[in-house]
Write a protein that binds this ligand. Structure first.
Ligand SMILES: [Zn+2]
Length: 158
């Protein structure tokens, strides 16, 4: 049995915050606003995996009202999600993602992101595909006020 899940996330880009995407700190003059480290890709990926497993969403597992998650590395969410999937004998087959961000250029950071995400999930970097898009200058993302991620994850029962 193969199941797929979809994940989406958006964060505001603000000054005075680190820009964490896919578990990697990207040098930039703004960063993601958020209770945790604001890692838009890790959050969308977490939701996609939880969706594929039929386990609800990231807010139910890691509420942003819980001080435990303040400033937390989002890779912890992925490691916890990996355990939830393993408990249900679900294996991650493949992940495909789009990060929508006007600036900075993300492509050069993809190898590091794939390896950080793969390590947290106990899979190989080859099982993770990352794509970058700009928003062609349109809307808040196009103005550089926010960034977003879309992820689809496929899991298999074994
Ligand atoms: Zn988020």
């Amino acid at each position: 049995m193969t199941h797929s899940g979809i994940g989406y996330d958006l964060h505001r880009l603000v000054e005075g915050r680190k820009l964490m995407i896919g578990g990697v700190e990207i040098p930039f003059d703004k960063g993601s606003q958020g209770h945790s480290d604001g890692d838009v890709l890790s959050h969308a990926l977490c939701d996609a995996l939880l969706g594929a497993a039929g386990l609800g969403d990231i807010g139910a597992h890691f509420p942003d009202t819980d001080p435990k998650w303040k400033g937390a590395s989002s890779l912890i969410f992925l490691e916890h999600t990996k355990k939830l999937l393993a408990d249900r004998r679900l294996r991650i087959v493949h992940v495909d993602a789009i990060v929508v961000c006007e600036r900075p250029k993300l492509g050069p950071h993809f190898p590091a992101m794939r390896s950080a995400l793969a390590k947290s999930l106990g899979i190989t970097a080859e099982q993770i595909n990352l794509k970058a898009k700009t928003n062609e200058g349109v809307d808040a993302i196009g103005r550089g006020e926010a960034l977003a991620a879309h992820v689809i994850a496929t899991v298999q029962a074994h």
